[in-house]
Design a protein around this ligand. Structure first.
Ligand code: IMP
Length: 432
């Protein structure tokens, strides 16, 4: 398999976990490159359902090597719980899962700060974060006061952490937020460090040694393009680069070794948390999509906001990621819909936008311009090839490919591994 980056092309929750699981079969290494346990990747294998937050989905394939890269922020307690959870289900992690010594650590004070900022947002509006401490941890990384995974192996780790907990307690006191017991926190994390030690490694030479042996790497993104700190609907974003550039900076993989960038899109759109969402549906159709698509967060259980497919977003995601081909998921969720709409442009303040505006305030005022497609009103759940799909469904998919200028190579019509079609990119149908 070619070295491949897989990214979300909407607001996260595009069904990346399942597609990574399918592609992991062909890869030798699966590398997570950003985000933290704010993500939740759901994979269904037979009657078993796995929800992974930090561990790459490749772990579910025996023999595949998995890396949590330097761009990830790691809550070590959450990671150990996840390791225990998969080990209890018979999955071996030792010798297969490695955490970069350069990745930054999430501590309880980051979560307290995250909660406090959501309660009393500086900009007046909360972001609707997952409260997993993600923003404050990346903030410490940029401010150069972070503690990294490799520091856990340093003889001075206790002092380093003690100093950070004391400094953050002062900030929390000033904010009238709860504080941490310094010595209890240090003791807890010394024990955690000991348990995590066998997984900590310099993962950069590992990835390069693998490539030198002609092994292939699958780089697994979390969240999505519109939640990217640079390209998303700022400030309603996460704090990392969820786009393909982040795959390089978050793993040590150089750009010239990446052969393919798969963008994952749902056949419609969803968003969790606050922030603009031009195609959001506040009516019975939105409810229908939420119900049929089981659109509730894998990490927080929050109901997702649902809406029509947005071509402005998809074209933008294709540009900033260099998407070579799409994986379209949750096609079957639209099976019962009479008329399917697709947003082709926005209108705002008397102006037509074909490109995504930078300002979240402008985007919040944008009204979608729709094109309509007749629904296929037939179940696609059992389809195994493109020819099994109703003609109207193929027309819809062809339109998505044509209007984004990007071919579709993977179609998902159900949560199971088997409900996945791999399409011939050279074929005339579903091409750009
Ligand atoms: P944070 O990443 O917890 O700081 O949250 C920032 C924003 O990103 C919020 O709107 C979250 O709902 C959203 N977010 C974070 N992780 C995910 C995810 O995995 N899927 C969808 N939205 C996410």
């Amino acid at each position: 398999m070619a070295n491949t980056v897989l990214v979300g092309a909407q607001w996260g929750d595009e069904g990346k976990g399942k597609i990574i699981d399918v592609l992991a079969e062909e890869a030798d290494w699966v590398v997570r490159f950003q985000g933290g346990n704010n993500a939740g990747h759901t994979v269904e294998i037979g009657s078993e359902r796995y929800v992974l937050h930090l561990i790459p989905s490749g772990i579910l394939h025996p023999g595949k090597m998995c890396v949590i890269g330097n761009g990830v922020v790691v809550d070590p307690v959450a990671l150990l719980e996840e390791i225990d959870g998969v080990e209890q289900r018979g999955i071996v992690t030792k010798g297969r899962l490695f955490v970069s010594d350069r990745a930054h650590l999430v501590f309880p004070y980051h979560k307290l700060i995250d909660e406090y900022r959501e309660r009393k947002p500086a900009a007046g509006t909360p972001i609707g974060t997952t409260k997993r401490g993600i923003g404050p941890t990346y903030g410490d990384k940029a401010a150069r006061v972070g503690v990294r995974v490799g520091d856990m192996l340093d003889p001075d780790f206790a002092n380093l952490l003690r100093e950070r907990v004391e400094a953050n307690n002062k900030m929390l006191i000033a904010s009238e937020a709860p504080t941490l017991d310094v010595e209890e926190t240090v003791a807890t994390y010394l024990a955690v460090a000991q348990r995590l030690a066998p997984y900590i490694a310099d993962t950069i030479p590992m990835i390069h040694d693998a490539m030198a042996k002609k092994q292939s790497v699958l780089l697994e993104g979390a969240q999505g393009t519109l939640l990217d700190i640079d390209f998303g609907t700022y400030p309603f974003v996460t704090s990392s680069n969820a786009t393909s550039g982040g795959a390089c900076t978050g793993s040590g993989m150089p750009p010239n070794r990446i052969d393919r960038v798969i963008g994952v899109v749902k056949a419609y759109s969803t968003r969790v948390g606050e922030g603009p969402f031009p195609t959001e549906l506040h009516d019975a159709m939105g409810e229908h999509i939420r119900k049929v698509g089981h659109e509730f967060g894998a990490t927080t259980g929050r109901p997702r906001r649902c809406g029509w497919f947005d071509l402005v977003v998809a074209r933008y995601a294709a540009h900033v990621n260099g998407v070579t081909d799409w994986a379209v998921t949750k096609l079957d969720v639209l099976d019962d819909v009479e008329e399917i709409k697709v947003c082709v442009a926005y209108e705002c303040d008397g102006r037509r936008y074909e490109h995504l505006p930078a300002s979240a305030r402008v985007l919040a005022r944008c009204k979608p311009v729709y094109e309509s497609f007749p629904g296929w009103k037939t179940s696609t759940k059992s389809a195994q090839t493109l020819e099994d799909l109703p003609k109207l469904c193929r027309s819809y998919l062809n339109a998505l490919a044509r209007l984004t200028g990007t071919p579709i190579s993977i179609l998902s019509n159900g949560p199971r591994r088997e409900s996945t079609m791999r399409l011939d990119l050279a074929a005339a149908v579903i091409s750009a």
